[in-house]
Design a protein around this ligand. Sequence first.
Ligand code: OAD
Length: 266
Amino acid sequence: MTSAGGPPPSTDEIRAARQLLDRAERVLVLTGAGMSAESGVPTFRGSDGLWKNHRPEELATPQAFARDPRLVWEWYGWRRDLVRECSPNAGHRALARWAASRDGVSIVTQNVDGLHEAAAAEVAAEAGAVGPDPLRLHGSIFRARCTECAEEDTHDCPVDTRERGTLPHCGHCGGLLRPAVVWFGEGLDPATLDTAFRTAGEAGVCLVAGTSAVVQPVASIPLATLRSGGQIVEVNPARTPLTHMASHVLNGPSGILLPDLLAVPG
Ligand code: OAD
């Protein structure tokens, strides 16, 4: 989505949204690829979401991996290299500081780049304040899972994609490893999803930042907050299917708006 969603928020609009967040005993923060855009990680549906003329939707599928695991690993290798060069932006840092500074915040992310965790580690190192671990709905590009025995572990080393035999294999059973991320057409981990929906149902506010809110079931998580009487605050430079349901829509980049909204340095 690249279309402008409206004028930037006024100071009063930001203050009103902040008051809502401050009053809420529990807040669920749901983030998507736009959260990392200012760190230099391409979003999925933006005009820069292409790689060697392949769309992510063509590569991030079990069928693509079955057909050509080298190509898929090459793409993930490229994304890992790209993300390794990226640092958390002011939005990640503000969110990490805020979440560590009060009770009742849960962070649920669709991002596989680890930048929320990196921001939390920075904040913990600098201020000794430890926030909640983000719930990763779509996995991590720095983990891999065996296609045979399903054993999963951290996998952060370079991948040799010269031939199928040089691709990473399982240390336990020798099966081919795949990136431990959720692909198109695959289900999310039911327990993780359950936790996300339950937490959303308990939250007085769902703060949604940087997601196009078109990929289900995640796009429905904020609706669980609405159904139980809570409200949505959205931060995004473009309109989304959630915009008309939000009590406060802050139109703009999360790296600029979140430090203001959360009243913490980015
Ligand atoms: P998208 O690429 O679909 O959407 C990115 C959103 O971020 C859009 O709504 C943009 O307007 C917004 N955006 C762009 N720059 C921003 C900025 N600086 N600050 C705030 N928002 C900004 O990414 P997702 O919604 O995360 O799933 O995509 C959802 C899922 O689709 C991904 O997790 C991935 C993908 O297919 C899987 O791989 C399973």
